[in-house]
Design a protein around this ligand. Structure first.
Ligand code: IMP
Ligand code: MG
Length: 176
């Protein structure tokens, strides 16, 4: 058994922050056609809200990667489960991530995507851990501590992605 614990970021706070990020991206990318690349599955909710908060024509694409296992720790060994459809050469790419934890996954993806010759490459992360290297993140939603969080796209073993707020995950070890 497990359940969603206390709310860390409310639905209202998420909406307000996504609007701010959308406004910043809108002004930064004025005149530069933007391609949003969402990393599935964690970024799917954030990506759909962010795309609608950007007041520019945007193209969307997704990729799906898995860092081995369903554990709560990323190994940094990333397997491409589904690659982009879009040729990103000479495109202005904004990589949309759920959470930057150790930053191994983001670093791997940036290296991979940069090797394909985009015109520019930035990262927009919904969440970043306070102790992670944030130097590669252009746009950050919220900086959080070391709590494991769920909701607004983020999962614990594939559960709870549909929660409207971000909660701290509280595993219950008692068997039933
Ligand atoms: P990194 O390579 O350590 O930065 O791992 C980032 C990935 O780990 C994220 O894209 C998530 O899939 C997963 N992850 C890390 N922390 C959390 C969390 O608190 N909740 C849900 N997934 C997390
Ligand atoms: Mg996960």
């Amino acid at each position: 058994m497990s359940s969603a614990g206390r709310v860390l970021v409310t639905e209202g706070e998420l909406q307000a922050r996504v609007s701010q990020l959308g406004a910043r991206i809108t002004s930064d990318y004025h005149g530069r056609p933007l391609l949003l690349v969402g990393v599935l599955k964690g970024a799917f909710v954030f990506m759909s809200d962010l795309a609608r908060a950007i007041d520019l024509p945007v193209d969307l694409d997704f990729m799906s990667v898995s860092s081995f296992g369903e554990s709560t720790r990323s190994s940094g060994i990333v397997r491409i489960v589904m690659d982009l459809e879009t040729d990103i050469r000479d495109r202005h790419v904004l990589l949309v991530e759920d959470i930057v934890d150790s930053d191994l996954k983001m670093t791997y993806l940036l290296e991979l995507l940069r090797s394909r010759g985009p015109a520019s490459m930035e990262v927009c992360a919904l969440l970043a851990r306070a102790d992670s290297d944030q130097s590669q993140i252009g746009y950050t939603g919220f900086v959080i501590g070391d709590e494991f969080v769920i909701g607004y796209g983020l999962d614990a073993a594939e559960r709870h992605r549909d929660l409207r707020s971000i909660h701290v995950f509280e595993p219950r070890t008692r068997s039933h």
